[in-house]
Structures are given as structure tokens and as C-alpha cells.
Design a protein around this ligand. Structure first.
Ligand code: PBG
Ligand code: ZN
Length: 324
């Protein structure tokens, strides 16, 4: 006796009835890159067709378009006018992201605004925190102090959730205490809890202008070969008080997404990063893949692996298809 699997595949309605994983526009967070300077600014990124640096006024208009597509969550990255050794623009209430949060929330109270909390876009050396001059590497504990300040500035500007992405040890407990003491007990933290040192971030560093000027991020971001450590990193952030965990990148780490989803009851986000997006776009341009189908298959893969939230540059394209 063998099983006739196709019995339940023949009728399309039955196929729909039995579809286990469904994508909706509620699954997505759409990244926006806010460039300080002149207004009405919008510049497409060569390696990422469809992704733009934009000024705050353009981002506000972009939110209108997102809402029409049924997209209601964004994550903000800032490109400041001036960079310095400690990323001062991120530590001041007039900095690019503080203003972006305020102005976007004012124009769109119904958009859920997440802010990426890190320093690589704001430092002249491009590393994710304060440098220790002696070792020329990031000083973890000093960086925790300025991360707290950055978080309070975003909170005061009205952000709905913060997303620390710098992979500093102890960042979640430190941020939770700072937010609670600062009167923001109900502000959620989505931790980039398992973030690998990945070449897939290449195009992002072009758009965010955040490449390290020397060295790399392997002292604070994770080794892609390590599964146990990947789980430990996320479990530690759960213990420290993270509300949502994250795996980043997504496509080469589906096993890690499943592992963390099995090991934690917290909601899990994945970041479908710039290099993953750029590869599909390049495949489309070369005419070698059915882009829409490959994109949806990829996004379904993340959700099937255990993701509750997908941060993706594909959000608008996917929404157009999902909305029919
Ligand atoms: C900042 C940050 C990075 C990404 C998100 N937040 C880059 C990095 O760590 O170098 C990457 C996102 C992407 O590639 O789409 N720490
Ligand atoms: Zn960073």
C-alpha cells in the first residue's frame, strides 16, 4: 500500500483549504532610509532598484503610498549631515532620526514606527559604537551608555518600538532599565538578537553610507558557522527582557530561524537583508527568474521557518501581489 498524496492536491479549493502558511501585508515591516539635508530629495540605489534614500517630507508621502497598499509598519535608518567619532547626530533631539520620527508620527499616527538603534550610520569610522583607541575596536560598555541615550531620544520623539542592531553584549537589559527609568515602561524592544557578520549587508552599507572605514564587524557580529552560539545569543536577549527576537540575515539562516523559533516562545522577526533583495533584483534584470514567484516563495520560506515578522525591501511589491 502506498499513499496517494495527490488526492488532496487536485482540487484548487482543497489546496487552498490545506495551505498551512499564508503571507499577509500584516507580516511586513518596510525599511526607509532618511537622508538629512535638502527637502524633496529622493535617490535610487544602484544595487537596489526600488530602494531610495529620501528626505523626511518624501518619507511622509511614501507613508501615504504604504497605507494604500495595506502596509502599516516601517523601520527607520538615518543618514546624517555630519558624522563624528561618537555619532553625535544620533544623540541629539534635532538629529535626523529624532526629527523623522516626530514628523512621520505627526503626519501618520496610524503608522507603526520602529527605529533602528545603532551608531554605524552616524560615526565617521563606520563602526557600531564608540571605539577603544588602544585596541581600535568597539568599546562594548561605553557604547551601552550612548545606546541608552539614543533610545531615550527616539522614545521622546514618539517612536513605537526600538530595534537595537549593534550586537553589544548586555544591550537589552541596559536599554530596558534606561527606558523604564525614563518613563517608557511600555515601549517594546525588538532585538537584532542573532545577527551574523554577513557579506549580504553590502548594498545596505551603500544606501546607509555605513561601511566601516577599517576592519570589519566580526568582533561583535556573529560567525555564520555557529549554530549553538546563534541560539545562545537570542536566548540571552530573551532573558534580558527583549519583547521580540530577530535573526539576520534570513535566507542563508533558515535553520537558525527554526531553531530559535523552537527554543523561544517570543515572537520572532527575520531581516530579509539588502544583499538578498539585490540578488533577486539582479536575477529579474537578467531575465533568468520569474521574479514575483521567486520573491513570494522566498517570503513564505521565512514564515514557514518560524518568522512572525518579515523586515523586507520587497514589502511593497509583495503587497501589490497579495492585494490582487
Ligand atoms: C546597522 C544595520 C545593518 C543592517 C541593518 N542595521 C548593517 C550592518 O550591520 O552592517 C543591514 C540591513 C541590510 O543589509 O539590509 N547595524
Ligand atoms: Zn551598526
Amino acid at each position: 500500500m502506498f499513499k496517494r498524496f495527490r488526492r488532496v492536491r487536485i482540487n484548487p479549493i482543497l489546496r487552498d483549504l490545506l495551505t498551512q502558511t499564508k503571507l499577509t501585508t500584516d507580516d511586513f515591516i518596510y525599511p526607509l532610509f532618511i537622508k538629512d539635508g535638502e527637502s524633496e530629495f529622493k535617490k535610487e540605489i544602484d544595487s537596489m532598484p526600488g530602494v531610495f534614500q529620501m528626505s523626511i517630507d518624501v518619507a511622509i508621502k511614501e507613508c501615504d503610498e504604504l497605507k494604500k497598499l495595506g502596509l502599516r509598519s516601517i523601520i527607520l535608518f538615518g543618514i546624517p549631515k555630519v558624522k563624528d567619532s561618537i555619532g553625535s547626530d544620533a544623540l541629539c533631539s534635532h538629529g535626523v532620526i529624532a526629527r523623522a520620527i516626530k514628523e512621520i508620527k505627526q503626519a501618520h499616527p496610524d503608522i507603526f514606527v520602529v527605529s533602528d538603534l545603532c551608531f554605524c550610520e552616524y560615526t565617521d569610522h563606520g563602526h557600531c559604537g564608540i571605539l577603544d583607541m588602544k585596541t581600535q575596536s568597539v568599546d562594548n560598555d561605553k557604547t551601552l551608555e550612548i545606546l541608552n541615550k539614543q533610545a531615550i531620544i527616539h522614545a521622546q520623539a514618539g517612536v513605537d518600538m526600538i530595534a537595537p542592531s549593534g550586537m553589544m553584549d548586555g544591550m537589552i537589559s541596559s536599554l530596558r532599565v534606561a527606558l523604564d527609568d525614563g518613563g517608557f515602561k511600555n515601549l517594546p524592544i525588538m532585538s537584532y538578537s542573532t545577527k551574523f557578520a554577513s557579506a549580504y549587508y553590502g548594498p545596505f552599507r551603500d544606501v546607509a553610507e555605513s561601511s566601516p572605514s577599517f576592519g570589519d564587524r566580526r568582533t561583535y557580529q556573529m560567525n555564520s558557522a555557529n549554530r549553538d552560539e546563534a541560539i545562545r545569543e537570542s536566548m540571552a536577549d530573551e532573558e534580558e527582557g527583549a519583547d521580540i527576537l530577530m535573526v539576520k540575515p534570513a535566507l542563508a539562516y533558515l535553520d537558525i530561524i527554526r531553531d530559535i523559533s523552537n527554543n523561544s516562545n517570543l515572537p520572532l522577526a527575520v531581516y530579509n537583508v539588502s544583499g538578498e533583495y539585490a540578488l533577486l533584483q539582479a536575477g529579474k534584470k537578467a531575465g533568468i527568474i520569474d521574479y514575483d514567484k521567486v520573491m513570494l516563495e522566498t517570503l513564505i520560506g521565512f514564515k514557514r521557518a518560524g518568522a512572525d515578522i518579515i523586515i523586507t525591501y520587497h514589502a511593497k511589491e509583495a503587497a501589490k501581489i497579495l492585494n490582487g
